[in-house]
Design a protein around this ligand. Structure first.
Ligand SMILES: Cc1cc2nc3c(=O)[nH]c(=O)nc-3n(C[C@H](O)[C@H](O)[C@H](O)COP(=O)(O)OP(=O)(O)OC[C@H]3O[C@@H](n4cnc5c(N)ncnc54)[C@H](O)[C@@H]3O)c2cc1C
Length: 380
């Protein structure tokens, strides 16, 4: 017998876990299909931490979404009974002409967000583990910090199943076919029918977006934990998350969280991944070629030999903005993809928006700037 649901979510990672919860919260009989496990380390939502901030240099239209995202993160922390969003602030630095710093300042001014500019002397005193050349600016966004990434995914799944959602893990979707008003979903185990489908397949989303003429590029992103024993690296004494926008690349990291290591990675660059299932997870000395000079110049007390590493993937859209919409020919199919290495902080609000798109046909969230039509306009 084919099992029937009101809605199915393909891919229960960062965004799918949130969409699953928001559908279930609205009383839907919902099924989540995940090829791996809960909060696994084979996609894009692992590695302990993710930066969260509101003064968004990428595009000022993201700020209202982040305001809603913050409310929902606090709601999730209440549900799981522990803090998932750690508000330790974000320090941004780069040369005076940095577009990242200018964009951060613009978003802060437009939305009256708490972003302070520090003199270099004040920055050196307040954040003693970083080195700032004389031509650099330093900004500090207070209402920013980091999320515990795996706990957030697991939290959304707990919230969803508490509302009756069914989750099937270790079950891979092979295909889906639109049949009249419903969608038939075939997995490596079963076939299901549903009235609505949400596709949140992360690095595996190329199929649906490719069919719609939006090529996604998946890139390999290694991240590293380096020894940093001095007390000033500790979050407990005020060390924030950080982001450096440099001519040679963008680098970011996190404070030490009670241990003697800090996590650091490069936001820019990354080798193309042909098949996300078989991404190269090994450590290569070449992975450090750009990171070590950055550490030596700007965090000289860090020992530039990593104690551990992990490999994650960014799924880049052509303009590095998210792609969220209903399928133009299949109105019962909704997708969220191409989160371009900056999506996690939005998973709460975008999950809500995806559920609204699926159930109501429109979202209350201002997501129009992220829909498909921007690519159609460009190619016409
Ligand atoms: C190293 C790194 C650092 C980052 N730093 C930040 C940051 O600081 N701040 C920030 O906001 N964002 C950050 N991001 C980006 C953010 O983590 C991603 O945008 C987000 O996690 C993507 O979530 P997703 O749901 O699209 O993908 P995933 O979490 O990978 O979920 C997709 C899921 O779909 C499943 N799936 C796919 N195909 C199928 C199928 N056929 N059948 C069943 N299941 C399927 C996969 O197994 C997977 O679980 C970072 C990303 C990386 C890699």
């Amino acid at each position: 017998m084919v099992q029937q649901f009101d809605a199915i979510v393909i891919g229960v990672g960062g965004f799918g876990s949130s969409a699953l919860y928001h559908l279930a919260e609205r009383g839907q009989r919902v099924l989540g299909l995940e090829q791996f496990g809960v909060a696994h380390d084979r996609g894009s939502s692992h590695g302990e931490t993710r930066i969260i901030r509101q003064a968004y240099f990428e595009h000022v239209n993201y700020v209202p979404l982040l305001q809603r995202a913050y409310e929902l993160w606090d709601r999730m922390s209440d549900f799981v009974g522990k803090t998932l969003f750690h508000r330790c602030g974000l320090m941004l630095s780069g040369p005076g002409e940095s577009e990242v710093l200018a964009g951060t300042q613009r978003a802060a001014d437009q939305y009256h967000l708490n972003v302070e500019e520090l003199s270099l002397a004040a920055a050196a005193q307040r954040f003693p583990c970083y080195r700032f050349p004389d031509n650099f600016r330093v900004l500090f966004e207070r209402n920013a910090g980091f999320l515990d990434v795996e706990d957030c995914v697991a939290g959304h799944i707990r919230m969803a199943t508490a509302k009756g959602a069914v989750l099937r893990t270790q079950e891979r979707v092979l295909n889906y076919v639109v049949e009249g008003d419903s969608v038939r979903v075939e997995t490596d185990r079963e076939t299901y029918l549903a009235g609505r489908l949400i596709v949140t397949a992360g690095p595996w989303a190329s199929r649906i977006l490719g069919e719609l003429g939006v090529p996604l590029r998946v890139v390999r992103k290694p991240l590293f934990w380096f020894p940093a024993a001095e007390p000033q690296f500790q979050r407990a004494i005020g060390n924030p998350t950080f982001f450096f926008d440099l001519p040679e690349g963008q680098f970011y990291g996190f404070p030490a969280l009670g241990s003697d290591v800090i996590k650091v990675a490069e936001h820019t660059g990354g080798d193309l991944v042909a098949d996300p299932t078989h991404v190269d997870r090994e450590f290569h000395a070449s992975d450090l070629e750009r990171l070590v000079p950055f550490l030596t110049a700007h965090l000289p007390q860090v020992v530039p030999r990593p104690r551990k590493h992990s490999v994650c993937m960014y799924t880049l859209s052509p303009d590095h903005h998210f792609v969220i919409d209903r399928h133009p020919e299949q109105p019962q199919v909704v997708f969220g993809a191409g989160f371009s290495g900056h999506g996690f902080k939005f998973t709460t609000v975008i999950g809500e928006a995806l559920a609204e798109l699926a159930l109501d046909g429109v979202s209350r969230q201002p997501i129009e700037f992220l829909n498909l039509s921007r690519f159609q306009t460009e190619t016409e």
